[in-house]
Design a protein around this ligand. Structure first.
Ligand code: SF4
Ligand code: SF4
Length: 264
């Protein structure tokens, strides 16, 4: 019987031997290395000129072959409330997705300057309008905020949106750095997680909030509801394929501070 996604996910992390599929793919990638890069295109939700950056979700130890053996997810203590429901898990049945997130995680931890310059090279080609950072995973330290902000300063025509639940590090960055006008820090809020932390910085011109609305009452005024997801007649949430972020741009509007969404 075919395994469900979460079962495959459980196989991949916290087990003794890397899966043959991951090992084979890793060997291929290491033999033919490609620069670090933002993921762009082939995304039903985002559209063609919106790029994303992802690292390993959760705080799990992943079972990867060398040189990535023992690598741990980037969400650290920030994911206690969300890792069991994290939407990224649904994509981790694909070895190529896990490997891509692993390489980005490893790169940030071991050669962040190369990550930055490779991404700068990609951005210099002028094919990207918006960068969504942390489609999966978290910011691990204030230097990563500073790195993305430095790229935003170098590419003032590109808008950078970073999604985070690492509120303490975000606040340290916001009070300590000159934030580029095209760099927005989106506090990811779920239930009570992040509400009081967002209130502490909500007056900052570079801060917004993105609320995952699963019906739990939150005490924030919501300015916009993401139109990409709708609840079908059976109650199931479906993605409207006619709406991409590239066309919609609602939550990027300067008048919209708090956006809610019934799915990710
Ligand atoms: S929802 Fe975000 S913080 Fe939570 S586990 Fe997933 S990637 Fe990490
Ligand atoms: S509100 Fe619009 S731009 Fe924002 S996430 Fe939803 S579809 Fe994308």
């Amino acid at each position: 019987m075919k395994k469900k996604h979460h079962q495959v996910f459980d196989d991949v992390r916290n087990v003794v031997n890397p899966t043959p599929a991951i090992t084979k793919l890793t060997k291929q990638r290491l033999a033919n290395p490609v620069p670090y890069h933002l993921f762009v295109g082939k995304n039903l939700k985002l559209g063609n000129r919106i790029a994303s950056w992802s690292t390993l979700m959760g705080d799990y130890k992943y079972n990867m072959p060398p040189p990535f053996q023992g690598i741990v997810g980037t969400c650290g203590g920030c994911c206690a409330g969300c890792k069991q429901k994290c939407y990224v898990r649904h994509s981790y049945f694909k070895p190529s997705v896990i490997l891509g997130h692993t390489i980005n995680t490893w790169g940030f931890r071991h050669e962040p300057w190369k990550v930055r310059e490779d991404i700068a090279e990609q951005l210099s080609k002028g094919k990207i309008d918006i960068v969504r950072i942390n489609q999966s995973g978290e910011v691990e330290n204030v230097f990563q905020f500073a790195m993305w902000c430095e790229l935003a300063k170098r590419f003032p025509d590109v808008k950078f949106y970073i999604y985070t639940k690492n509120y303490a590090v975000a606040e340290a960055f916001l009070v300590g750095d000159q934030v580029a006008p095209n760099f927005t820090v989106n506090y990811s809020i779920w239930h009570d997680y992040g509400v009081s932390e967002y209130r502490r910085v909500m007056g900052h011109p570079n801060v917004k909030a993105f609320v995952y609305d699963d019906g739990y009452p939150i005490s924030l005024k919501v300015d916009a509801v993401c139109p990409a997801y709708k609840r079908g007649p059976t109650g199931r949430v479906v993605l409207d394929h006619n709406i991409t972020c590239e066309k919609c741009k609602l939550c990027f509007d300067s008048m919209v501070h708090v956006t809610s969404c019934i799915d990710h």
